[in-house]
Design a protein around this ligand. Structure first.
Ligand code: PGA
Length: 254
């Protein structure tokens, strides 16, 4: 099996001012040191990106945006282009989080454009997919994940997959305290990898990191990480506290 370096990514959502975020990054960086065999990233709100990048200099912490727009520049009031983020030193963008899809009307087509634009500008993309509770209850999980993966990669050029990470986040597990069981999460992540293999080939699909997200905490993460197709976590609530986030990083390298 290919060794995939785990990723522990903190999605801060709309929490933390720039100074709170910078203080967090400094505290996290000294708490975890330079851990070997894991990539650690935090995704502050746009206003906190510059301060987080500065605070992360020389440390093992990388900085991600929570969203991007696909155009390079233009009359798009309120939007941020990937090149602007790259210029700040931001290395990653989370794309298609379920909150963006549900609350801000992001379509699969918009997600596909964002994935392509992110990767075209030299950033790495974390494509989020996941079924709703109704879809799971109606046995539509496989269909939903298959369609989100295929559409999310729909605009990607050949080879772009090497800069792609996929996050499986069942919508019903986000912020609810209800985690998917490790078996459920593994099944979904294995399905995602099979779909990736159909699209980009089995060899490339073996290298794509697939994260689980949805109420990840220090006390459930080890079991999730033990699953063969889970290569890390996309973490909301538990990423807002230095100690719990640092514990997740330790678990990922264990
Ligand atoms: P949660 O959020 O860890 O608070 O459930 C995860 C996410 O939305 O990425």
């Amino acid at each position: 099996m290919t060794a995939r370096i785990p990723v522990v990514a903190g999605n801060w959502k709309m929490y933390k001012t720039p100074s709170e975020g910078a203080a967090f990054v400094s505290a996290l960086a000294s708490r975890i040191g330079i851990p070997v065999g894991v990539e650690v990233l935090v995704a502050p709100p746009f206003t906190g990106l510059a301060a987080a990048v500065t605070a992360a200099e020389g440390s093992s912490v990388e900085v991600a945006a929570q969203n991007i727009f696909w155009e390079e520049q233009g009359a798009f009031t309120g939007e941020i282009a990937p090149g602007m983020l790259a210029d700040l030193g931001v290395g990653w963008a989370i794309i298609g989080h379920s909150e963006r899809r549900q609350l801000f009307g992001e379509t699969d087509q918009a997600v596909a454009r964002k994935v392509r634009a992110t990767i075209d500008h030299g950033l790495r993309a974390i494509l989020c997919v996941g079924e709703s509770e109704q879809e799971r209850d109606a046995d539509l999980t496989e269909e939903r994940l298959t369609s989100q993966v295929a559409k999310g990669l729909g605009e990607l050029s050949a080879g772009g997959c090497s800069e792609l990470v996929v996050a499986y986040e069942p919508v019903w597990a986000i912020g609810t305290g209800r985690t998917a069981t490790p078996q459920m999460a593994q099944e979904a992540c294995a399905l995602i990898r099979r779909r990736l293999a159909e699209i980009v080939g089995a060899e490339e699909a073996e290298y794509v990191r697939i994260l689980y997200g949805g109420s990840v905490k220090p006390d459930n993460f080890a079991e999730l990480m033990a699953q063969p197709d889970i290569d890390g976590g996309l973490v909301g609530g538990a990423s807002l506290d230095v100690e719990s986030f640092a514990r997740l990083v330790e678990i990922a390298v264990a």
